[in-house]
Design a protein around this ligand. Structure first.
Ligand SMILES: Cc1ncc(COP(=O)(O)O)c(C=O)c1O
Length: 354
C-alpha cells in the first residue's frame, strides 16, 4: 500500500508521471532502449532534453532572454556557485535572511565577497518574512529564499530590491505563477516540485550569466551550461526526463494558476483547522505562511509524539518537523493529494482537546 507522504523532499510526485517512468525505464518511446541506457548524445535523448526545456518554458512563461539550465547538483551547490560566479572581492551581496537556508547562503557568500544582511526575521524565530529592509550602498545582487522549507514561511511577492534578484526557489518552484521580473537567476533543487534529487533547474537572464567570472572550471560556470545546453558532460538524463514529464503534468492540470489554486485550498484547510484548534498551533504568522510546508506544534512534546505515532499507524508518513526546529511539518507540494490533507485534519481533530 502506498502511504501518504508528507516528506519535505524527496517528496510525493504525480502518480501518472511515476507510472510513465516505469515504462520509459524499460523502453523509451518504443526505441527498444531504456531511458537510463540511452546515450546523452543520441537523437532520443536530444528529444527528451529539448522537450523538457520547452515544457519548462511553457509552464513558467519563460522567454528567450532567459536560459533554462539542467545542472547536476542540488540547490546547496548553488549557494557556492552563485557567489563564485557573480561576487568578486570588494563587491557586496544583500541577503534576505529568513531561516536555515539563507543562513547557508550567507556563509557561502562570505567566502567570495562582502555579505550584507538587508533584512532578517531571526528575532521573530523565523515565523515571518521581513517587511523592513536596509539595503547596502550598491549590492551586486540580492538573494532571497522564496519558501523557507524548515520554518514554513513563504514570500507572498518577491522583495522590492535595488539590484537584480537571485532566488532559491527549491521548495515552491512552479507551485504558483513564476515572478520573473527583476530576477537575474532562479535556482531550485528538483526533489520537491519537479522530480528526483541530484538535479537542479536554473532559470537565468542570459545577459546576467555573461557578467560572471570567466576563469573558473567549465562546470563551475553557468555560462558553460547555457552555451552547451547543459551537455558539457553527461547530465542526469533521468532527472531531465522527469522534470519534462512533471511540467507536462502541471500543464495538464491547469498550469501554474491551477497549481496555485489547489495549493491554496489545501494549505487553507490545514491552517484554518490549526487556527481554530485548542491543542495545535501554526508556527508561521498569517501573511508569511507557506502553502508548501505547514509547520505546527502540539500542546506538549508528548502530544506531538502521540500524534506522530497515530499518523504512522494510519499510513501518514513524514510529519516530523526538521531536527533543528522540532514540532511537526506537513509538506504538501503540487502532487500531494487534497484528500491526504483532509485525512491529516481528521486525525488532528481526533487529537484535539474538546
Ligand atoms: C529552500 C531550500 N534550499 C536548498 C535546499 C538544499 O537542497 P539540496 O539538498 O538538494 O542541496 C533545500 C533542501 O531541502 C531547500 O529546501
Amino acid at each position: 500500500m502506498r502511504k501518504l507522504n508528507f516528506s519535505s523532499g524527496p517528496a510525493t510526485l504525480p502518480e501518472e508521471v511515476l507510472r510513465r517512468a516505469q515504462e520509459a525505464i524499460w523502453d523509451l518511446d518504443g526505441s527498444g532502449i531504456g531511458l537510463l541506457e540511452h546515450s546523452h548524445r543520441g537523437p532520443e535523448f536530444m528529444r527528451v532534453l529539448e522537450g523538457a526545456e520547452a515544457a519548462v518554458r511553457e509552464v513558467g512563461g519563460i522567454g528567450d532572454e532567459f536560459a533554462v539550465l539542467f545542472v547536476t547538483c542540488g540547490a546547496t551547490q548553488h549557494f557556492e556557485m552563485v557567489p563564485r560566479n557573480f561576487l568578486a572581492t570588494g563587491e557586496t551581496v544583500d541577503v534576505c535572511h529568513t531561516g536555515v537556508w539563507s543562513g547557508k547562503v550567507i556563509e557561502e557568500a562570505k567566502r567570495f565577497g562582502t555579505v550584507h544582511v538587508a533584512c532578517s526575521s531571526e528575532a521573530d524565530m523565523f515565523a515571518s518574512v521581513p517587511s523592513t529592509f536596509s539595503w547596502s550602498a550598491s549590492p551586486r545582487y540580492v538573494h532571497y529564499t522564496s519558501n523557507e522549507t524548515i520554518y514554513g514561511t513563504e514570500w507572498a511577492a518577491p522583495p522590492t530590491a535595488p539590484a537584480p534578484l537571485v532566488c532559491d526557489a527549491s521548495s515552491d518552484i512552479f507551485s504558483r505563477p513564476l515572478p520573473l521580473a527583476n530576477h537575474a537567476l532562479i535556482y531550485a533543487g528538483a526533489q520537491k516540485n519537479l522530480g528526483p534529487s541530484g538535479i537542479s533547474l536554473v532559470i537565468a537572464d542570459k545577459k546576467f550569466i555573461e557578467t560572471g567570472a570567466t576563469k573558473l572550471s567549465p562546470l563551475a560556470q553557468y555560462r558553460v551550461y547555457a552555451k552547451e545546453r547543459s551537455l558539457h558532460n553527461t547530465p542526469n538524463t533521468f532527472g531531465v526526463w522527469m522534470i519534462g514529464e512533471v511540467c507536462r503534468w502541471i500543464l495538464a492540470h491547469g498550469g501554474l494558476a491551477g497549481m496555485a489554486e489547489a495549493n491554496a485550498r489545501k494549505a487553507t484547510r490545514l491552517y484554518d483547522f490549526l487556527d481554530g484548534s485548542r491543542s495545535w498551533r501554526a508556527h508561521a504568522k498569517p501573511g508569511s505562511r507557506s502553502n508548501m510546508n505547514i509547520t505546527f506544534r502540539g500542546a506538549t512534546p508528548a502530544a506531538e509524539e502521540a500524534l506522530l505515532a497515530a499518523a504512522e499507524a494510519k499510513g501518514l508518513s513524514g510529519l516530523r518537523g526538521h531536527r533543528s526546529v522540532g514540532g511537526l511539518r506537513a509538506s504538501i507540494y503540487n502532487a500531494f493529494p487534497e484528500e491526504g490533507v483532509q485525512q491529516l485534519v481528521s486525525l488532528l481533530q481526533e487529537h484535539d482537546a474538546s
